[in-house]
Design a protein around this ligand. Sequence first.
Ligand code: ADP
Length: 472
Amino acid sequence: MVYINGEWKQSKSKMEVRNPATNEVIETVSTVGKVETEEAIKSAKQAFKSWKKTTFTERVTYLEEAARLLEEQSEELAQLITKENGKPIADARYEVNDGIDFLHWYAEEAKRVYGDVLPTAAKDKQLFVIRRPVGVCAAITPWNFPFSMITRKIAPALATGCTIILKPASATPLSAIKVFECFHKAGLPEGIVNLVIGKASEIGNTLTKSKDVKKITFTGSTDVGKLLLKNSAETVKASSMELGGHAPFIVFADSDINVATDGVLMTKFTNSGQTCVSTNRIYVEKNIAEEFTSKLVQKVEELKIGNGLDEDVNVGPIIDSNSFEKIMNQITDAKAKNGEIVCGGRQYDNKSDGYFIEPTIIVNANDDMLIAHEETFGPVVPIFTFENEEEIIEKANHTHYGLAGYCYTKDLGRAFKMMEELEYGMVGINDPAPFAIHTPFGGVKESGLGQEGGKYGLDAYLITKYVSFNTN
Ligand code: ADP
C-alpha cells in the first residue's frame, strides 16, 4: 500500500511483515518501485508550489489535527510498534508519546522561522536575510523507532512549508501506514506527504538521483548513509544524516556504582540494544572494575526477556536473522580472543521462532575484538578497564563513529574536561538519557551530518536567502 497525491494505492507485488518475537506474518503490504516513486516526486513538486505559500497558522492546524488523531489511537499504535519491531510495550508507548510530541513541538516552532535585518555599510542599501523551505524532501527511516523517526522528520518539514516523500524501513511499514492514515484524515492537501514502500535501493536511487528532490534526510547505518550521500552529490542535495554509533560508557572510580550500573541498563538494553545511541563499550576505572561488574551482572540477570507484548518484559527480540547472526558472531569472536562471558552469551530459548539473545556481558575485553569496533545493535556489551584520564580519552575517541557518549564521575572539573574532550555529538554526564524533544540529536565524524529535534531540526528544512536592496 502506498500513498501518493492524496490517494492510497495497492499494487501486485507484496511484502510480508513479520513479528520478530514469533516470526509470524502479521500483515502483507503492497510494494512499489521507481515508477511510483517518480510519481510521488511529481506530486510533491506540484504540491510544494502552493504549500510553501501557506501561512504558519494553516500548517499548524494540520500538524495539531494529525497529532490529535494519533493520540486517539495511541495504544493501538503502541501495540502495532511492538508487533512489527518487537520492543517491550512500555518502550513502544514511550515512543508513541515522543513521536506525537514532535508534531506538537514543530507546530509551535513553525511560528518562529525568523530572518534578520543586517546593518549596512553603504547608506543606500538595506540588507535582509530570509528563510524559506528547501523544497521537496525525501526521508528514509529505520525500523528501530518505526514511528518517532517518521514524525521527527515529517513534522519540521511540514512546519517550514516543505513537501515530503517517505520510505520507511521494510521491516516496519505498518506504523508508517498508520501515520499517513492520520495525515489523510487530518485533511492535509494532496501531494504534501507521500509514502512509498518497497525495495530500498530502487526507491533510494530514484529519490537521491532526482533533480526535483532538494533534500535527503536519513536515519540508518553509516554504509547506507554514505551511499545516499554519494548518490545525492550529483544534484548537490541538502543532507541530514543520522548514522551509526559506537557509544563509550565511561565509569570513573569516584562515581556512584549503583547509579552507573542503572545507566548501563538503560543505555544498553533498551530496545534490546538496537539503538544508534546504545552503549557499545563500557570502560571502568581498574580499581572498581570487579565491584562494578558484579553489581551490573546482578542487575542484568534480573532482566526479563520475552515477547514485548507481555507487560513485564524488559528485553525483546532481535529484529531479524541477519542481525541475530551478526551479534552472535561478535560473541563467538570475543570468546576466541580471550573474552570471558560473565552473564548470558547464548541464544535465549523463548519457545518461539523469534530471535532472542540473552543479555550478555563480556569481560577481559580487548581492542582486537570485533565488538570493540563494529556496531553491535544487540544486548551484548564488553567491559574494558582503564587507569587514567588521558588513556580513557584516547580510547573512547578511537573510533570513526561519534554519535553519543556517556561518562560517570562526581568530580566537576573532570566532568567538564570529558564534556570537551569526548568527540561525540551528544554527551551524557551522569545521564543515560540526555535526549529530549527540544535538544539537538546528531553525530559527528562518520555518525552523521546535521541535527534533528528542537529549533535545530527546523533549520534542516530551511534555506537561507540573502537580499540586498539598493534604495536609490
Ligand atoms: P538498519 O537496518 O541497520 O537500521 P539500514 O541503513 O540498512 O540500517 O536501513 C535504514 C533504512 O535505509 C531502511 O529504511 C532501509 O530500507 C534503507 N536502505 C537500506 N539500503 C538502502 C539503499 N541502498 N538505498 C536507500 N535506502 C536504503
